[in-house]
Write a protein that binds this ligand. Structure first.
Ligand code: SF4
Ligand code: SF4
Length: 158
């Protein structure tokens, strides 16, 4: 979905995604029922917790540098097919977030080195021209559990 702006080579060198520490464990993807079913098929022992009216992966309490790897992460990357991959992961480093005024916005993570060379205008242009902004806002309407509170380290784009 983001191949035009994010190269696999950059991601292979970065490898920040799919492992979480105590400060970003809230970034674990939210799983709608169809994704939950795909995860259960792939990893039947996976534990989940509620996230709004959907679910996310259950994780242990973390401290310091401890990392929790997503239960479907494999040595070759995500174990889910591109069709089954959670929407949150498909659109990363973009995130659906709740602005303090209550509106839903699309923000970009400042942690992702892969898009750091792009200006906010270029990212906005990509989101709108590729139809991704419309897709995100439509998804947010039907899946409000995916809208996270606005956090430090994110810049609002749209
Ligand atoms: S943080 Fe960005 S560059 Fe790094 S692996 Fe994730 S998507 Fe790729
Ligand atoms: S579902 Fe796949 S892409 Fe998403 S965090 Fe887990 S391993 Fe990474």
């Amino acid at each position: 979905m983001l191949k035009k702006i994010l190269s696999p080579e950059t991601c292979a060198q970065c490898r920040l995604c799919c492992q979480f520490d105590a400060t970003d464990i809230w970034e674990l993807p939210v799983l709608p029922p169809e994704t939950l079913a795909a995860v259960q098929k792939l990893r039947p022992d996976t534990a989940f917790i509620s996230s709004g009216d959907e679910h996310t992966f259950a994780s242990p309490a973390l401290s310091g540098e401890e990392l929790f790897a997503c239960p479907v992460l494999t040595e070759c990357g995500c174990g889910l097919s591109s069709a089954d991959k959670p929407f949150d992961c498909k659109i990363w480093p973009f995130r659906l977030m709740r602005h303090t005024d209550g509106s839903c916005v699309i923000a970009v993570s400042e942690l992702c080195k892969g898009v750091a060379h792009l200006s906010d205008d270029a990212l906005r242009q990509f989101l709108t021209e590729e139809g991704l902004a419309d897709l995100c806002f439509a998804y947010a309407r039907s899946h409000p559990a995916h809208i996270k509170p606005l956090m430090d380290g994110y810049r609002i784009l749209l």
